[in-house]
Design a binder for this molecule. Structure first.
Ligand code: FAD
Length: 322
């Protein structure tokens, strides 16, 4: 695979020379997505800390795209790769979490959700057990309004620190995050760096029991050990995506190395050698079949990023019935 990394870095000359974080040209996105598929990012930047990230954003001219990713558990990267920079926050600079009061937790955006759930248990703060089952990090949870077991991130957020594309700092309130189902309307250029959450005092044994129930439920109904991106589509009003997918006959449907999981048919899996194209083509095939069988337009929950490879373009709903 070849990428535009060298040309990008050459264009920037010594503008990035003072940064402390790591820059990797032509970074293989398949190594940092759960699907283990996708093309190259022109360059990957892993900032050392918030100050380093701000310096990077100020140094990179605004016409060069910058896209932040988390642990990659909700991402489908296309085969043509990602133009410009992908930013991935380092665990060292952004992975700390601590209880700052009897009911509040502050967590860096690279902290795994599971670690926040474990911390909340250790200090007796209720309301975070649902994070025990979500395999992403806090930045992704803030952007996706990640939720499970009847709780969503928006119910816990007090405030969020973020840098904009110019490197300027913002502190957003819960209302500023503009939350709805699996969505935040906060500026799409914002990179969240940390957040403060509020739970409630709860008995540790009760928290542990809720966490165990979350884990047990996952093990039995989701293909959590597969290369997957979690729920592929958002649940439409009044029904579940999996029910509509099942009704349309797509449980277990396979295209190339991509399959709608026989275990949970709203989970798409890479059975071994799926490309970004296989995965997206399968997804659009499912959308078009569900549209035919139920008249419902499924919306992707998974974020699709990057460019198509020439000759491997995929049209929404396969271009049918639009
Ligand atoms: C097995 C499995 C089970 C899952 N179960 C659930 C579930 O129950 N509930 C649920 O809600 N999700 C679930 N997911 C999906 C996924 O784990 C969540 O959406 C998670 O919050 C994504 O976090 P991430 O760090 O992996 O983000 P990524 O997948 O890397 O990115 C997701 C989005 O967040 C943005 N983003 C990431 N970091 C930042 C940041 N610092 N600042 C701004 N934007 C950022 C990215 O640009 C992208 O748009 C599941 C996924 C898998 C694989």
């Amino acid at each position: 695979m070849t990428g535009g990394g060298e040309a990008l870095l050459a264009k920037l000359g010594d503008r990035l020379s003072g940064l402390r974080g790591r820059i990797t040209p032509n970074a293989e996105m398949e190594k940092i997505t759960w699907f283990r598929a996708g093309g190259l990012a022109d360059a990957l930047f892993q900032p050392a800390d918030e100050e380093d990230l701000a310096a990077f954003l100020k140094a990179v001219p605004e016409e060069i795209p910058v896209l932040v990713v988390g642990i990659g558990s909700n991402l489908l990267v296309r085969e043509g790769g990602i133009p410009g920079f992908v930013v991935r926050l380092s665990a060292k600079g952004f992975g700390e979490a601590e209880a700052i009061s009897p009911t509040r937790i502050k967590a860096g955006a690279a902290t795994p959700d599971k670690r926040v759930a474990a911390l909340a248990h250790d200090v007796g703060i209720g309301g975070f057990h649902f994070y025990h089952g979500i395999p992403g990090a806090i930045g992704g949870a803030l952007r996706m309004n990640a939720g499970a077991n009847g709780v969503e991130t928006r119910e816990r957020v007090v405030e969020v620190r973020a840098l904009d594309r110019k490197g300027d700092l913002h502190v957003l309130s819960n209302a500023d995050m503009g939350y709805s189902y699996r969505h935040s309307s906060a500026g799409s250029d914002l990179i969240f760096t940390s957040a403060t959450f509020e739970g409630y005092a709860e008995d540790k044994d009760a928290i542990k029991a809720a966490m165990d129930a979350v884990q047990h439920h996952r093990e039995t109904v989701q293909p959590i050990r597969e290369k997957t991106g979690g729920s592929t589509f958002k649940n439409p009003e009044g029904t579940s995506a999996w029910k509509e997918i099942d009704k349309a006959g797509c449980r277990g449907l396979m295209i190339g190395g991509a399959q709608m999981s026989p275990m949970h048919c709203n989970f798409m899996i890479n059975t071994g050698s799926a490309t970004g194209y296989d995965l997206e083509f399968l997804g659009e095939t499912v959308r078009s079949r569900v549209l035919e069988s139920s008249g419902i337009r499924l919306q992707w929950e998974i974020k699709r990023l990057g460019r198509f490879k020439a000759g491997h373009e995929v049209q929404e709903f396969l271009g049918q019935l639009l």
